[in-house]
Design a protein. Structure first.
Length: 257
């Protein structure tokens, strides 16, 4: 009998209620390493709420989040990151007064191995660790075509480049699962095409699982292997892009005729 592969990310009957209102209900998904899955639906359908449940921002009132088969319920947000789940946000959240490189290095803390004395006295161990961290962050910036912007303030970047910087910072956490919340929002067609290339490179190079919220259906249909659709906090369809595009429930609730 073939060995059963465990999903890297799985939810079972996941849900949350606010004052009796079911924002998300009975949400079930399985995502495997190297897979890119889209999560779509109308505004207010509960997509970002799902992301908040998957990253510990919200505590579910029902159901379970599992990473590599291990339940994460009850853990703090930073513990979700340490376990291997990283995300970007619908509204950009960068350290605007820090440089592009410093923004990415801020996410590398768990991989920097020196103590307070090393940092205070600038020992050889300190400099080796800092150089390794800088080199790695520059590689991540190169994936997002931002290596030549490393010394600029994050706030000085154009909108599209700020979104890519958020992705580079998420990559620096050594995640197993990357959650992208509307990464193409506000981008022009050229920037969207660059983002598509960047997402494909990330999946191919790192083999991570990616869950993508996006309203740009051209991007979703081109990059996602599977798509799950939610409306009013519940899944109404799940399948291949071509199946979703023809699904009557999805057309009625979201895609339109």
């Amino acid at each position: 009998m073939a060995e059963k592969i465990t999903p890297v990310l799985e939810t079972k009957k996941l849900g949350i209620s606010f004052g009796g209102l079911h924002a998300v209900q009975d949400f079930n998904i399985q995502i495997y390493s190297g897979e890119l899955v889209g999560l779509i639906g109308p505004n207010g359908a509960g997509k970002t709420t799902v992301f908040n449940l998957l990253t510990g921002v919200y505590v579910p009132t029902e159901g379970t989040v599992l990473l590599d088969g291990v339940p994460l319920n009850g853990k703090k947000t930073h513990q979700f990151v340490e376990a291997g789940i990283a995300r970007t946000f619908q509204n950009i959240r960068l350290f605007n007064d820090m440089t592009v490189l410093e923004n990415v290095k801020a996410a590398c803390t768990k991989d920097i191995h020196y103590n307070l004395l090393d940092a205070t006295f600038r020992t050889s161990k300190f400099w080796r660790a800092e150089k390794a961290s800088t080199d790695r962050c520059m590689e991540l910036l190169a994936i997002c075509h931002l290596e030549d912007k490393a010394d600029l303030l994050a706030s000085s970047l154009p909108y599209g480049q700020q979104r890519k910087l958020e992705i580079a910072r998420a990559l620096a956490t050594n995640m197993k699962v990357l959650l992208l919340d509307e990464p193409a929002a506000g981008m022009n067609p050229t920037e969207t095409a660059e983002l598509l290339s960047c997402i494909n490179t990330i999946r191919d190079r790192f083999g991570v699982a990616i869950l993508l919220i996006e309203h740009d259906m051209s991007l979703v249909m081109n990059v996602c292997e599977r798509i799950q659709v939610i409306d009013y906090g519940q899944t109404i369809a799940s399948g291949l892009p071509e199946e979703i595009a023809k699904n009557p429930k999805v057309i009625a609730a979201y895609l339109g005729e």
